[in-house]
Design a protein around this ligand. Structure first.
Ligand code: MF3
Ligand code: CO
Length: 252
């Protein structure tokens, strides 16, 4: 399937959608503490989204039952909010999607619950750095696999591994559009990036091996070896001057 290019006006609307996403991540992040449940975080997110005139993009997507994906410790992505309280020392991935005026925003961050150990801290730091380094590759004329190669190299140079089963993706009037944006690859390979492409870039990095296992709920994806996993995501527009991280004031 073909990549759908967006006009500058459409990119502005996607920026608005992503502003709501980042507002949710800010507010949910501020509420994360020992004793809080992921269901409480999910309710807060839905209230913020609807209050801003948006619609949760994940809710009912292929039957997904919540507004956020909330992925604790060894959960890589797509954890379903529940009534288990968060505990000091855990790490919690918050992934949020919002439709605003027909356009989708999609972003994620992984937070520490209270004080976390040095290994968890390093995983969070390396995963966030991988996202920033990947975004720095984005400009007209760069190649799609430059993104995945950058993520993979950064993760593996710290002894971590990248997940193969889930990828980033194009985003627009649908949550998932072409192309897929893997977190691995070779430099200089893949489609040429051009202005108007909007990519959700989302490194998922495991502290241990890259294997994935699924829970019986059909959504929750965990590390096979039980190691911690972290996930950060931005929706990024390719613009003539380079990249624009939608919903933030960051241009790279
Ligand atoms: N950011 C994730 C993704 O792009 C979230 C999708 S969750 C789902 O795949 F529930 F909507 F599937
Ligand atoms: Co995504």
């Amino acid at each position: 399937m073909a990549v759908i290019l967006k006009t500058p006006g459409e990119i502005e609307l996607m920026d608005r959608a992503n502003r709501i996403v980042h507002q949710v991540l800010d507010e949910v992040g501020a509420m994360i503490a020992p004793g809080v449940t992921s269901r409480e975080l999910d309710r807060l997110a839905e209230r913020v989204i609807r209050g801003a005139g948006g619609v949760p993009a994940f809710l009912n997507y292929r039957g997904y039952p919540a507004t956020l994906c909330i992925s604790v410790n060894d959960v890589i992505v797509h954890g379903i909010p529940c009534d288990v309280p968060l505990r000091e020392g855990e790490i919690v991935g918050i992934d949020c999607g919002v439709f605003y005026k027909g356009y989708c925003g999609d972003a994620a961050r992984t937070f520490a619950v209270g004080e976390v150990g040095p290994d968890a801290k390093r995983l969070l730091q390396v995963t966030e750095e991988a996202l920033r380094l990947a975004v720095a590759q984005v400009r007209p004329g760069a190649r799609l696999q430059d993104i995945g190669w950058t993520v993979q190299r950064h993760a593996e140079s710290h002894g971590f591994s990248v997940v193969r089963e889930f990828t980033g993706h194009g985003v627009g009037t649908s949550l998932h559009e072409d192309p897929q944006v893997p977190n691995f690859g070779s430099p200089g390979k893949g489609k040429k990036l051009q202005p108007g492409m909007v990519l959700a870039i989302e490194p998922m990095i495991n502290a241990g091996k890259c294997g994935v296992k699924m829970d019986a709920d059909g959504w929750t994806a965990r590390t096979e070896d039980g190691s911690l996993s972290a996930h950060f995501e931005y929706s990024v527009a390719v613009v003539p001057t380079g990249a624009r991280v939608l919903g933030t004031d960051r241009t790279i």
